[in-house]
Design a protein around this ligand. Structure first.
Ligand code: GUN
Length: 173
């Protein structure tokens, strides 16, 4: 998809296509649409990033809280978004053994209790061994640092999802 096609989309089409670039936050796509026309595909991505950066801390934490736990209850129930399902499955999180699942559930719960939002990681850039390792490491980070790290992961996820939707190599975005 090229930038002319993106710029020609009406509001409904744009939100349909880009509404889950940030997990369960179609409001972000709705706001980004108002900023068109975009000069190129990178500019489109930058508008998603800029919206996230401009939010007050409560809004940034709200974005994190819209994410399901990795290998969590929603995966078991089959209620993940298509994008999250694909990412978690690509990282091998859909085929964990019972002990690995339990370990992740415990770490996810500790993380949520400490920070008040779920652990977010660009699962597509990780794998089933690295996820619990990274979770255990980030669990001990200072809160302000962890908020920055988690929002950085949201942006990585957004970049990969955008590249998929646009049909381009993520390296070009
Ligand atoms: N990384 C990629 N997708 C997701 C998701 O849906 N939830 C969390 N927590 N991390 C992710």
């Amino acid at each position: 998809m090229d930038i002319e096609k993106v710029n020609s989309m009406d509001f409904g089409e744009f939100v349909d296509v880009f509404g889950n670039v940030v997990e369960r936050c179609p409001l972000i796509a709705a706001a980004v649409w108002s900023q068109r026309p975009f000069s190129d595909l990178q500019d489109l991505k930058q508008h998603f990033y800029a919206f996230i950066d401009a939010l007050p801390q409560s809004g940034q934490e709200g974005i994190l809280r819209c994410h399901p736990d990795l290998a969590g209850r929603e995966l078991q129930l089959g209620t993940l978004t298509a994008e999250s399902q694909r990412e978690q499955s690509g990282a091998g999180l859909t085929s964990l053994g019972a002990d690995e699942r339990l370990r992740l559930a415990e770490l996810n719960a500790q993380y949520r209790a400490r920070f008040g939002f779920p652990f977010v990681l660009a699962a597509r850039l990780s794998d089933r061994a690295a996820v619990p390792r990274e979770l255990a490491r980030r669990l001990h980070c200072p809160r302000a640092q962890e908020l920055r790290t988690a929002l950085g992961e949201v942006k990585k996820i957004a970049r990969l999802r955008l590249a998929d939707l646009l049909g381009i190599d993520p390296a070009r975005l």
